[in-house]
Design a protein around this ligand. Structure first.
Ligand SMILES: Cc1ncc(COP(=O)(O)O)c(C=O)c1O
Length: 356
């Protein structure tokens, strides 16, 4: 029998971390993960089922995701050679850091923002630093550029729109960073389908820009499909660290089908945006709630009489939101993903009861 000291083998940086905790409900109303509340169309699902037998599931998937990359190229107008598919865009965050950073190097991001930039950096032994947003959740280029230069940062990740605050930062401020920062600027456009805003055109002029997108927010969260558009020189380098067959056959087939039949998704997006505006109007009627403007499929709001209480009460009634109260600048803040009309009404009714 062999008994070795397993913990003695684990890297110190990893021992010091906590696993990313995802709150979940078995059954109930899931308004916590910024997913699309609508499933893919029955037509798409039928087409996919009818083609499953020709997928040859006993074979490895297409390692180059050719059909999917073609569909992405068609949707984005980005050259196919610059597109890399990830098992979710989370995977691409890690690849980019692996390619560009040595242990101890600095990467940066506005704060508050999407947690995975910091977590991935820590796992890789990098130095994650934050660029504090102003009181309106705005991003200011000048102080950010100073911090980036001072730490010789190699990458800055900008979630555009920003999760969890929901807003798109000023284009002018981002432009200054693209033009002056001597490292890579990632525009993480995971919510671009809701904002309609993108920096993709800027890639023609600037070779320090990377764009990330995700299909998780528009209907395929369960299949883990994200993609990145990279400067040509970086594609080959990313492909060196990309795991072989990182995108599976089913995900490739369904994602290609979804993108090639985008009208259905477009209609779903329109309904989500209508519901977001209605939710915003309704939230503004609560005297004890401050809701922040959103360019996304979610809304951040502050519950002045206590966010924890509202979060727990909603959860006890089968409605799950994202509780952000542990972040020092997000005390009493909750994030609601826009659901169907029925789900949103369920949330509003319960909120009225808890806050009355
Ligand atoms: C800003 C941002 N980027 C990336 C992701 C991850 O997307 P994916 O599901 O494609 O890994 C999320 C998910 O919440 C996000 O909010």
């Amino acid at each position: 029998m062999s008994r070795i000291n397993l913990m003695g083998l684990v890297r110190d940086t990893i021992k010091g971390l906590k696993a990313y905790h995802v709150e979940n409900l078995g059954e109930g109303t899931k308004l916590h993960a910024n997913e699309n509340p609508y499933s893919p169309s029955p037509e798409l699902l039928n087409e996919i089922f009818s083609r499953l037998d020709i997928l040859e599931l006993n074979r490895y998937p297409d390692p180059d995701c050719k059909n999917l990359r073609k569909a992405i190229s068609f949707k984005t107008s980005a050259p196919i050679e610059q597109i890399i598919v990830g098992n979710g865009s989370d995977e691409l965050i890690q690849y980019l850091m692996q390619v560009l950073c040595n242990e101890g190097d600095t990467i940066a991001f506005p704060d508050p923002t999407f947690a995975m930039y910091g977590i991935t950096a820590q796992c890789l032994g990098l130095n994650p630093i934050s660029l504090p947003l102003n009181d309106n959740w705005g991003f200011e280029a000048q102080p950010a550029l100073e911090i980036l230069a001072q730490h010789k940062a190699r990458i800055v990740f900008i979630s555009y729109p920003n999760n969890p605050t929901g807003n798109c930062f000023s284009e002018r401020e981002i432009q200054k960073v693209i033009e002056q920062f001597k490292g890579i600027v990632v525009l993480d456009e995971a919510y671009q389908d809701f904002s309609g805003k993108t920096f993709i055109e800027q890639m023609k002029k600037h070779n320090n820009l990377v764009i990330f997108r995700s299909l998780s927010k528009i209907g395929l969260a369960g299949l883990r499909v994200g993609y990145g558009i990279f400067p040509v020189e970086l594609v080959e380098q990313i492909n060196k660290v990309r795991l072989p067959y990182n995108s599976n056959s089913v995900s490739q087939l369904v994602a290609t089908g979804l993108l090639n039949n985008f009208t259905v998704v477009q209609n779903q997006i329109r309904s989500i945006l209508d519901e977001r505006d209605r939710l915003m109007d309704e939230l503004s009627k609560f005297s004890s709630i401050v809701a922040y403007p959103s360019n996304s499929n979610f809304i951040l709001f502050k519950a002045c009489k206590g966010g924890e209480n509202i979060f727990n009460s909603l959860k006890e009634n089968g409605i799950l939101l994202r509780n952000l109260g542990s972040h020092p600048r997000l005390k009493d803040c909750l994030r609601i993903t826009v659901g169907t009309k029925q789900e949103n009404d369920q949330f509003l009714n319960r909120l009225r009861k808890v806050t009355s």
